[in-house]
Design a protein around this ligand. Structure first.
Ligand code: NAD
Length: 298
């Protein structure tokens, strides 16, 4: 049997549309648009593309986008001053500082300076803490997008065995926390895990967030497992190609007959990240303006 393809692109388009409709209502009620400020330091080509597409998606969802581009040699102090200005700006509901920052800047210091109530990326330690004790805060966009895809497909995750491969602060750890909150039995695997294939074979749900092309093969999977592939890896260009193909951490072709369902790369988890960022910004706007947003509306 061939695995069902989990269409993250379509799910994300639907989420962006719902966010756009609620953002229009927000504007009518609040008398202003919900606003997202994105700060880009330097001119890393991939970051420049991400920032541009975040800006476009924000405007398309009836929200205001404020883009701040700073030169690569910006000092900690000037970046902190900008963050402080955005923290105090009532038109700004969400602040995102595009990572990675140039090496001379301290990412933790900068992220800690963002007001936790405007930290729509969910990277501030206060929001990591809120997630771990079950208080409402902001959850990192990529894992929140993954849990949305999982609950959409599987419904109740109670008692399911979930294995998260990767333990980063932005994907693996919050992903495991969300699965735990959904009552799954969770294992976090990582670079030091012994016999990784045997660990992964226990899983009803596999989330791969490593950054190694085609690492997960079919003999790693239990029959019918649901696979969420977070990895984004560029293969070396094949003959006649200018750029190599983008692939995930899971060997999609290889696992197609074993997995029950799987997210493709591209078109799976990737599009969810920006859609959830818009969702988090709209949630922040409602909180900042003290306007109720029905539980589970977005
Ligand atoms: P990271 O480098 O911070 O973490 C990678 C994790 O993989 C580490 O915790 C490490 O322990 C684990 N690991 C490394 N080698 C391993 C091995 N051989 N076996 C098992 N585990 C191993 O990366 P990250 O920021 O968590 O991102 C992971 C992947 O997800 C990357 O490919 C990244 O590009 C992608 N990503 C995608 C999105 C998206 O929007 N789709 C968002 C964030 C990250």
């Amino acid at each position: 049997m061939s695995a069902e393809r989990i269409d993250g692109k379509a799910f994300a388009a639907d989420l962006r549309e719902r966010v756009g409709a609620i953002a229009a209502d927000f504007e009518n009620t609040a008398g202003r648009k919900a606003g997202l400020a994105v700060v880009l330091v330097g001119d890393d080509p991939a970051s420049t593309v991400y920032v541009r597409s975040k800006g476009k998606a924000t405007v398309a969802a009836n929200m205001a986008s404020f883009e701040h581009r700073l030169p690569a040699d910006t000092s900690d102090d000037s970046l902190l001053a900008l963050v402080e200005q955005l923290n105090n700006d009532p038109a700004v509901d969400g602040i995102l500082v595009q990572l990675p920052l140039p090496a001379h800047l301290d990412e933790q210091t900068i992220i800690s300076a963002i007001s936790p109530d405007k930290d729509v990326d969910g990277f501030h330690v206060i929001n990591a803490g809120r997630l771990s004790v079950g208080q409402s805060g902001f959850v990192p966009c990529t894992p929140l997008g993954c849990i949305m895809l999982l609950t959409d497909r599987l419904g109740d995750l109670s008692g399911l065995e979930a294995v998260v491969i990767g333990r980063s602060n932005i994907v693996g750890k919050p992903m495991a926390q969300l699965l735990l909150d959904a009552n799954a039995t969770v294992t976090i695997a990582h670079s030091r895990t012994k016999d990784l294939p045997a660990v992964v074979r226990r899983a009803d749900i596999v989330v791969a967030a490593v950054g190694r092309a085609h690492m997960v093969k079919k003999d790693w999977l239990k029959d019918g497992a649901t696979v969420i592939d977070v990895g984004i890896n560029r293969l070396p260009p094949a003959e006649g190609e200018e750029k190599g193909r983008l692939v995930g951490d899971v060997d999609y072709q290889d696992v197609a007959d074993t997995a029950g369902a799987i997210t493709p790369v591209p078109g799976g988890v990737g599009p969810m990240t920006i859609a959830v960022l818009l969702r988090n910004t709209l949630v922040a706007a409602h909180r900042n303006a003290a306007i109720d947003l029905a539980e589970g509306a977005i």
